[in-house]
Design a protein around this ligand. Structure first.
Ligand SMILES: [Ca+2]
Ligand SMILES: [Ca+2]
Length: 313
C-alpha cells in the first residue's frame, strides 16, 4: 500500500509558454550525481562511459590535467595529462575504447592505454568548427557528427564527409543559438540532441525537432553547455560551478521498460511484477517500471506498455 502524501499546493500564474514535449515527458530529474575531478580546474568538456569506467575531459589549455577516470559509481580514480585540449570525449555504445576530439584539429584520437592516445581518423571534406564537439551518431552507421550553429555535419567512419543536415528553426528556443550551446551535440537512439539553459532538444534524421524537455537543475553556465554529453545511456552536464556531474536517464523508447530494444510481453511482465513498488526503496527497476512517469506503478503502466508493442524506433 502506498503512503498518501498530502502537501499544500501553491498555484502561481506564470507567463511561461507551453512547450510541446514531443517524445519526452515535460521534465526529468537526475539519475546520478558525482563530484567532478578534484584535479581539473578549467572547463569540463564532457563525459564518456566505456562499459566499466566513466571518463571526463577538461578543456581550456594543453597542459595539466585534461582527463579523469571514475568507477561506475562515479568515484574518482585517477587524473591524466594527455597533452591535448579536448572539446569532446565519447565511446561507441558504452564500450571501450575512449575517443577524444581535441581543439583545434580535425583528427579524432583514440585511447590506447589509460591516459595515452593515438591518432584514429581525420575528418575531411567539410569545415569542422574548432570548438565543436564530435561524437558517434547512434543510427548504427558508425558515423561521426558535429554541429555548429544549427548545421549537423556527418563523416563516414573513414573520415570522409557524408553530408549536412540543417536543424529546422535551431536558435528559436532556450538561447540555443548562443555560444557555446551552438557548438555542442550528442546522439541517442538515432536522434541528434542539443542542450541549452537546462533544456534538452531531440531532432530526427531530417533535422525536425521532435521533443523538448527540462533537465531539472541542469546547469546554465558556459561550462554546463561545453560539458553536455551522453554517456551510459544518460545525458550528462556539470553544474554551473563545475562541482558535480549530473546524469539524466531519459527513455527514448517509451514502454521499453527493460531496455532491450523492443516493447513486448517481457515489458508487460516487468511492469506487472512491480505493481505498487516505490522508488528509491525498491530500486531503479521500480523507476523504469513507471512507464508513464506518473510516480506510481499500476495498471495504467500496463496499458501504456501494451499500447506501444513493437520494435523501438
Ligand atoms: Ca523491452
Ligand atoms: Ca505509472
Amino acid at each position: 500500500m502506498k503512503k498518501a502524501l498530502i502537501v499544500p499546493v501553491i498555484v502561481v500564474a506564470t507567463p511561461i509558454a507551453v512547450l510541446a514535449d514531443g517524445i519526452f515527458l515535460p521534465s526529468y530529474k537526475e539519475e546520478i550525481s558525482f563530484l567532478n575531478t578534484p584535479g581539473a580546474n578549467m572547463i569540463a568538456m564532457g563525459m564518456a562511459f566505456d562499459g566499466d569506467h566513466y571518463w571526463s575531459c577538461d578543456g581550456g589549455g594543453f597542459k595539466g590535467i585534461r582527463l579523469s577516470e571514475y568507477d561506475s559509481d562515479g568515484t574518482w580514480l585517477a587524473d591524466y595529462e594527455p597533452g591535448f585540449d579536448p572539446r569532446s570525449i565519447f565511446t561507441a555504445d558504452n564500450t571501450s575504447p575512449v575517443y577524444v576530439r581535441p581543439y583545434p584539429t580535425n583528427t579524432i584520437l583514440v585511447q590506447t592505454t589509460a591516459g595515452v592516445f593515438a591518432d584514429h581518423v581525420t575528418l575531411t571534406g567539410e569545415n569542422l568548427d574548432p570548438q565543436s564537439s564530435v561524437v558517434f551518431h547512434t543510427d548504427g552507421s558508425g558515423s561521426f557528427i558535429a554541429m555548429e550553429g544549427g548545421t549537423v555535419d556527418t563523416w563516414n567512419p573513414d573520415g570522409s564527409h557524408a553530408g549536412s543536415t540543417a536543424l529546422v528553426d535551431f536558435g528559436s528556443m532556450f538561447g540555443e543559438g548562443d555560444y557555446p550551446a551552438n557548438r555542442g551535440i550528442a546522439s541517442a537512439a538515432g536522434y541528434y540532441l542539443t542542450y541549452s539553459s537546462g533544456f534538452l532538444s531531440a531532432w530526427d534524421a531530417g533535422g525536425v525537432r521532435v521533443g523538448t524537455t527540462e533537465l531539472i537543475a541542469g546547469g546554465t553556465s558556459p561550462s554546463s553547455h561545453f560539458s553536455f554529453s551522453y554517456a551510459n545511456d544518460m545525458v550528462f552536464v556539470v553544474d554551473d560551478l563545475q562541482v558535480s556531474w549530473h546524469g539524466y536517464f531519459i527513455p527514448f523508447c517509451e514502454g521499453d521498460v527493460n531496455g532491450d530494444g523492443i516493447v513486448d510481453p517481457l515489458d508487460s511482465g516487468f511492469v506487472l511484477a512491480r505493481f505498487g513498488c516505490e522508488f528509491p526503496g525498491d530500486g531503479l527497476n521500480c523507476l523504469a517500471a513507471d512507464a508513464n512517469g506518473d510516480g506510481i506503478v499500476d495498471p495504467l503502466d500496463s496499458g501504456f506498455v501494451l499500447a506501444r508493442f513493437g520494435p523501438c524506433p
